[in-house]
Design a protein around this ligand. Structure first.
Ligand SMILES: *Cc1c(COP(=O)(O)O)cnc(C)c1O
Length: 396
């Protein structure tokens, strides 16, 4: 990228300038009191963003994928049974990781574009009276398909069966952008990374761990070393890491959590909802469909848009990059070539969203799709001016 165009990929997100600067620190002794003043507020901030009273927060110099691995290897043993649904590339990759660690995954395959099969999970959990299932894995927001799932519903299914399984939630593309309620949903481990809702560069795996999951650590025998929570906990008690931390990124995380909390989480979520509404209005004005099969599943952080049968959606991404220096997300896995994605998470403004929609129109027109230039932009403009007027009224 040679220009200052925003990116429209669903992570890494556009970085607010203040966060970019917060990551740019001179070298610091990572065992000094000054480091403790970065570490502990960063952990406390994440805990508030997760809405948890009792979770312990651990941050590894890694990415979200390592957060998945930390969750399963610290709490489970080879041969343990886990329940997971596959409804997109990210849930698929987490399942694959579990299998490579020797876990026995009961996979429920779901059409990509649908949400987690809560009713089916409820039946499976109720039938598992011997409590062989040790953990339930849930991807809150399937970034590949733009589908948000009912995490509270999965918790209800566990409770209805009085099932003791641990509950692990991938919130990589939802935490800090869409409502996420660690305590109310009875989450045992929540996973995210630095480069999505926290608007930072990639490089941190961030997890929240419930007391119940902490208690499972001693008995778990999956191999882990770098990601061992016990070492990290001991490190934090001495205001340090078991190895060298990414001090600059942690300073960014501290500021990112402050930014989100200062704006107010509800305001952050509402902002994402209204930006997403504008993008969806544009998609509908284009006469196109979202990959998510029903409105209750529409993600407020990413929209995966189905292109006409026979058209390779990947061309939209490559043409946008080559001709306009703008990045959209490509389709992944089962929906490769069938969808392109507009990421709209992080600190995107109405103006930026409109520029992405306008660019998508130029690209699709260039490629011969039946798009009226300005149609999606006009629909999004209407959405944004109305919601901006409502916000202005409320502020008076
Ligand atoms: C991005 C993403 C991941 C992977 O995170 P990395 O930081 O790329 O390792 C996992 N799950 C979801 C839902 C994601 O969006």
């Amino acid at each position: 990228m040679t220009t200052q165009n925003p990116v429209f990929i669903p992570g890494p997100t556009n970085m607010p300038e203040a966060l970019r600067r917060a990551c740019d620190l001179p070298t610091m002794d990572h065992r000094s009191p000054a480091f403790a003043d970065i570490l502990h507020p960063a952990l406390a901030g994440v805990k508030q963003v997760l809405k948890s009273k009792d979770a312990e927060i651990f941050v590894f110099p890694a990415t979200g994928t390592a957060g998945w691995e930390a969750a399963i290897t610290n709490t489970l043993s080879p041969g343990d049974k886990v329940l997971a649904a596959r409804n997109g590339m990210f849930s698929h990759k987490w399942i694959d990781m579990c299998q490579r660690h020797g876990l026995d995954v009961q996979v429920v395959d779901v059409t990509w574009g649908e949400g987690l099969p809560v009713a089916q999970f409820a039946d499976i959990l109720a039938a598992d009276t011997a409590h062989q299932i040790k953990a339930v894995l849930a991807t809150h927001n399937e970034t590949a398909t733009g589908v948000v799932s009912d995490i509270a519903g999965v918790r209800r299914a566990l409770d209805a069966a009085s099932h003791p399984a641990l509950f692990f939630v991938d919130g990589v593309s939802s935490i800090g952008s869409m409502p996420f309620d660690f305590d109310a949903w009875g989450v045992d481990i929540a996973v995210t990374g630095s480069q999505k809702g926290f608007m930072l560069p990639a490089g941190l795996a961030i997890i929240g761990v419930s007391p119940k999951a902490m208690a499972a650590i001693e008995g778990a025998t999956c191999a882990r070393t770098f990601l061992d929570i016990r070492d990290m906990k001991k490190g934090y008690e001495a205001n340090a890491y078991p190895y060298t931390p990414s001090v600059g990124l942690l300073n960014g995380l501290k500021m990112a959590a402050d930014m989100l909390l200062d704006e107010g989480l509800d305001n952050v979520f509402a902002r994402h909802a209204r930006i997403a509404d504008g993008v969806r209005a544009a998609v509908h004005a284009w006469g196109m469909e979202l990959c998510a099969v029903s409105p209750d599943l529409y993600s407020n952080t990413v929209s995966a848009i189905r292109t006409p049968e026979g058209f390779d959606a990947g061309r939209i991404c490559s043409h946008a990059a080559a001709r306009y220096d703008v990045a959209f997300g490509a389709g992944l896995g089962d929906v490769a070539g069938k969808v392109f994605r507009i990421g709209h998470l992080g600190r995107l403004t109405d103006v930026q969203a409109l520029s992405g929609i306008a660019t998508a129109e130029m690209v699709m027109a260039d490629l011969g799709l039946d798009i009226t230039l300005g149609s999606g932009v006009a629909a999004a403009q209407e959405t944004y001016r109305q919601s901006a007027a409502t916000l202005a009224l409320a502020a008076e």
